[in-house]
Design a protein. Structure first.
Length: 451
């Protein structure tokens, strides 16, 4: 399949609602193109609305209006609300490479992270450290620090952050494995993001997990930028636990419901420490017994009943994933689309090879004239769909100026202050033409900066 073909269109028709140039406020667009779809390259931050989700939401609103509380047990479309999460678990399991009992559709990313850290982070006087990447997503950093504090440790002592080497932007696999080998006996928990949100680096999850297990460490993962982006095999990799959100590559909508994974080996070893009624055996849940009887596996960690509207919004998108063959065909197309965008960007007169930037030891003063480099790894096996563009000179306003110009021409990426723009050709809905448009508009934006 050629990368200029939309996979979802080939299989199921145009399945996503993409805003038009006019709707996003693009002001530098010919009038005859104003109502055409924008180049939405921001699925790493918020995926667009699927038409399937839109339809399912309307159905649920109708059921709510006509059946009210009875929708929990009697549903015209066979999605009884008391079992609504069951529509998601098999799809989650396939996406992350797990058994159905190892995953749960519940909560939100950081709430789930706290919940599982409470169960798996059990520091002792000799083994109390948390190993993570420096500049993890801030919410993760807050969670790590607060969990360390709750257990009586100073986060400065308990949290070990691995940084890229001087002048570099991504972590070397060898450096990660070396720290695990050296610090392993003092590390209670190794926890990284599957895909680093800022640089787009895909970490070698299986190798890191294996190294952690060899040192007797618990290994967990934040999959916010990995799920729906890259294939995974959490069960086979022996990952202890993982958490994720669903509003990025899974297109569930802003603030969408989250998910978690717990390896089956923990089923008879650990019990939920913060029980709630939705984690109770469904056979007796509505009998309201006084004693908690956990559902075996990850679903026993559920606490409150999931939002039906949030769940079916996710379901609509996941049905499209399923019809497209899930992650392996999508990953193949994603790899080609990202490579095409990279090729177009590298051809720009304003592109600066990363080797020239890192050779200076710092990006801040390496180039005085406006330009950009790509800090996402070049190796397709070390990245997902995202390319992170670092704008030079880094202490200038080049990034903001270029971002504004891209927005004016209907190219939607997202900016990370002070000097990075992330562009993400998501395989479910983006096209080669949109990659070409983004590269062309980027070139024009730089041209407009000339005095």
């Amino acid at each position: 399949m050629s990368p200029n073909q939309d996979l979802s269109a080939v299989l199921t028709g145009n399945q996503f609602v993409i805003p038009s140039n006019r709707q996003i406020g693009a002001s530098n667009i010919p009038e005859n193109l104003a109502d055409q779809r924008c180049a939405y390259l921001c699925g790493n931050s918020l995926g667009p609305l699927s038409k399937r989700s839109q339809s399912l939401l309307q159905e649920e609103l109708q059921v709510w209006g006509t059946r009210a509380v009875e929708g929990h047990f009697s549903h015209p479309h066979g999605r009884e609300w008391m079992n609504i999460a069951d529509t998601i678990t098999p799809l989650f399991a396939e996406l992350v490479g797990a058994q159905e009992k190892e995953v749960a559709c519940m909560g939100t990313l950081t709430a789930n992270l706290h919940l599982l850290m409470a169960s798996f982070y059990k520091p002792t006087s000799n083994r109390f450290k948390i190993l993570c990447e420096a500049k993890a997503f801030p919410s993760d950093q807050y969670a790590f620090a607060s969990q360390a504090s709750l257990h009586g440790y100073d986060p400065k002592d308990a949290i070990v952050e691995i940084s890229p080497r001087a002048g570099e932007f991504t972590l070397r696999e060898a450096d990660i494995l070396d720290v695990i080998a050296k610090e392993g006996p003092s590390i209670a928990l190794v926890i990284f993001s599957g895909v680093q949100y800022y640089t787009g680096q895909l970490f070698p999850m299986q190798k890191i997990t294996n190294a952690a297990k060899e040192q007797g460490c618990i290994c967990g993962w934040d999959l916010a930028h990995a799920i729906g982006n890259v294939p995974m095999a959490l069960h086979d990799w022996n990952v202890d636990f993982a958490v994720w959100c669903t509003y990025k590559y899974l297109n569930s909508g802003p603030g969408g419901i989250g998910g978690l994974y717990i390896h089956e080996k923990w089923e008879n070893v650990k019990s939920p420490e913060y029980a709630g009624w939705w984690g109770h055996d469904p056979a007796t849940r509505f009998a309201m017994p006084p004693a908690f009887a956990a559902i075996p596996g990850a679903q026993g960690y559920q606490q409150s009943n999931p939002s039906v509207l949030a769940t079916v919004s996710l379901l609509g998108s996941l049905q499209i994933f399923k019809e497209c063959g899930m992650m392996y065909p999508l990953r193949e197309r994603s790899t080609r689309l990202t490579a095409e965008l990279e090729k177009l960007l590298v051809q720009s007169r304003f592109f600066v090879p990363i080797t020239e930037v890192t050779a200076q030891g710092s990006a801040s003063n390496a180039h005085r004239s406006p330009g950009f480099t790509i800090i996402t790894p070049q190796d397709p096996e070390s990245r997902g769909a995202q390319l992170s563009l670092l704008f030079l000179p880094t202490e200038s306003n080049v990034m903001r100026s270029v971002f504004d110009k891209l927005s004016e021409t209907g190219v939607v990426g997202d900016k990370r202050e002070p000097n990075v723009i992330r562009l993400t050709p998501a395989p479910l809905y983006n096209t080669l033409e949109e990659c070409q448009r983004a590269a062309s508009c980027l070139e024009a934006a730089f041209e407009s900066l000339k005095p």
